[in-house]
Design a protein around this ligand. Structure first.
Ligand SMILES: Nc1ncnc2c1ncn2[C@@H]1O[C@H](COP(=O)(O)OP(=O)(O)O)[C@@H](O)[C@H]1O
Ligand SMILES: [Mg+2]
Length: 274
């Protein structure tokens, strides 16, 4: 069948995708479209179903209902079509940086000389040249995450799914990695679906921020971020940026009474000191 015109601009589409585990609804039916070249983030409370949503897009979890379409083709329940960096994505300790980056190719058979040269070139281009022969245990946390991202990028898929890739990093390393990721994304003209629980990170990186509600989760709001690119960290102190952040925080926290009254409800639940 000929792909429709819409499919040419819309890279990934979720149609009515829901998921229950043991009769408990985790995701209510979700509709979502991501255009080629977009950077879209999902923020939401812990346990709301963000990773489940990514697993569905990656074809690792079957949705209870709905379809996942990539470039106009139905990929529901089929893995291998998207690049996916898991929430706890570990490097393989006995492979070097280059060995880790080419791991995807290695799974399919022997890695050719050409593939090795290509992967090394890519890694050098994105600033990893000094570390190609290192083993993961010799790398800093930030560098390990760069390598894991490179490994995902090396798969050459039309979209990358990144599940809280910077969650465990200290604040300064995290900012460096965010800048680096934006540079990589701009250069490769890729498409990224990014999960984070950090609103500031989502606004800083994205064209669009999707705010998920608590379980059973739905997309409660969509915030289009019209901040100029390239973005430096200085933008995070601008009024515009803070307005976007406030908008997302209001949606995330208001229904739990946490947005304005931070202290009372939080301490009230603790009860008297014993
Ligand atoms: N395979 C599974 N079996 C049963 N429950 C699951 C399974 N995977 C996820 N869940 C439940 O679904 C909910 C959402 O999980 P998850 O997608 O990991 O949330 P998030 O990534 O937003 O923190 C959680 O309550 C989790 O316990
Ligand atoms: Mg998760």
């Amino acid at each position: 069948m000929e792909p429709t015109r819409e499919a040419a601009t819309c890279l990934l589409e979720l149609r009515d995708v829901s998921r229950s585990f043991g009769g408990v609804e985790v995701l209510t039916p979700i509709d979502l479209k991501i255009a080629r070249g977009e950077f879209v983030s999902i923020v939401g409370p812990s346990g709301c179903g963000k990773s489940t949503l990514m697993n569905i897009v990656a074809g690792l979890v079957e949705p209870t209902s709905g379809r996942v379409m990539l470039e106009g083709r139905d990929i529901t329940g089929r893995s291998g079509h998207v690049g996916y960096m898991f929430q706890k994505d570990l490097l393989i300790p006995w492979r070097t940086v280059l060995g880790n980056i080419t791991f995807g190719a290695a799974l399919k058979g022997r890695v050719s000389k050409g593939q090795l040269v290509e992967a090394a070139e890519m890694a050098r281009h994105y600033g990893l040249s000094a570390f190609l022969d290192n083993y993961p245990h010799t790398l800093s946390g930030g560098m390990r995450q760069r390598v894991a991202l490179m490994r995902t990028l090396a798969l050459g898929r039309p979209i990358m799914l990144l599940d809280e890739p910077f969650g465990a990093l200290d604040a300064q390393t995290r900012v460096q990695l965010q800048q680096w990721l934006l540079a990589v994304w701009a250069e490769m003209q890729g498409t990224i679906l990014f999960i984070t629980h950090d609103i500031e990170e989502a606004v800083f990186l994205s064209d669009r921020v999707l705010v998920m509600s608590r379980r059973p989760a739905a997309i409660a709001a969509e915030i289009r971020v019209d901040l100029e690119r390239p973005r430096g960290v200085v933008v995070t102190t601008s009024e515009e940026f803070i307005a976007y952040k406030r908008q997302a925080m209001e949606i995330l926290y208001s229904h739990r009474g946490l947005y304005e009254e931070v202290t009372d409800p939080a301490f009230a639940t603790l009860g008297p000191a014993s």
